[in-house]
Design a protein around this ligand. Sequence first.
Ligand code: PLP
Length: 403
Amino acid sequence: MVPDHPIADLDHAATTSVRPEVRAAMAPFLDDRFGNPSGSHARAREAMRAVDEARERIAVVLGCAPDEVVFTSGATEADNHAVTGGLPIRSGIPLCSAVEHPAVLHPVHALGGRSVAVDPTGRIDPDALVVALGELGTPGFAGDAIGATEAETVSVVSVMTANNEVGTINDLDAVADIVDRVAPGTPLHTDAAQGAAWLDLAKLASRAQLVSVSGHKVGGPKGVGVLVVRHGTSLEPLIRGGSQEHGRRAGTLNVPGIVGCAAALESTAVRRDETNRRVGALRDRMADGLVAIDGVTETVVGADRDRSHVIPGICHLSIRGVDSEALLYLLDSHGVAASAASSCQSGAQVASHVAAALGVPADAATLRLSLGWDSTGADVDRALEVIPAVVERIRTFAGSVGR
Ligand code: PLP
């Protein structure tokens, strides 16, 4: 059914549309260049050449060596690999920030690890990180780790580059300084799935030994991503059963996806400054317009409206007196695609651990509006037209029912 109103896609943090140049780069590998790169004939060698070239181009964008790039099925796999892959080699438990994506948080918890508090802007709290690293390194400390019965050390520290719900950017250099000082030798992992669309990871994530990236968050295809494993970082494979990726990740390589991921990361890097300026201005206009509604607060942004610590694509709001489910339903029916939390959680309408960690009142609805590389002024116009009207409608209905 074709909707009779324009659609404003304000859920780009969930996924982005595929860039035309990415589609063009992938097409031959979905067509006659379909070889399996693990083979030993001409068609296989052609496919392997494409993978090698993609690896080199991605290495330039991410600021690593080509042989530090491990192709995965996406950031979820890369995160799981980074958190769990060191354990057969290093003892200890993983630590992460309290607002990590479930792809980090769940494996950390499954391994009896701990999460570290964030400050009111959503950045990992440096003092809390020092305490957690210090306590876990101290013999005799059992901490509050699930199942921890004796002194533990830390196997990996995982701190996301930018948060997927509220958009806060972490200072990874400061985190690396703390890890080097308090727990030297402990690898630092960063989930850069959201950061990759907006930030220069070659600079910002240069001190992380492990970096996760996802193709579909940067105008590439779904089902492909990268885990950077820097030289000297020991990591056991998560997926076994073949010698691909030098034994670090088994399975037939997703050649079209890998080629598309490289094209997407490259386009993102080339256009980054212009995109950030343009989309950041759109986000600011939208956020400034929406916080003018009574009872609407912008999460992690103060009264000065300084958003320099937030990636340009994200506007996260809490809205008093509104039911979250009704809000999303009505926005959708009026052509505004948005999310209550992260994409994995919005369908289930469960309370967000990020909102809880940031002290967002439990009785307020949360709304993530996220823009991407192809967002337009018309998307923002639509949001500014529809959201105030929908909020008022829900409040009026709730008021009339309560009377
Ligand atoms: N990490 C973060 C911060 C994300 O935003 C997402 C996607 O929502 C993921 C990990 C999972 O990425 P993928 O869909 O590539 O598995």
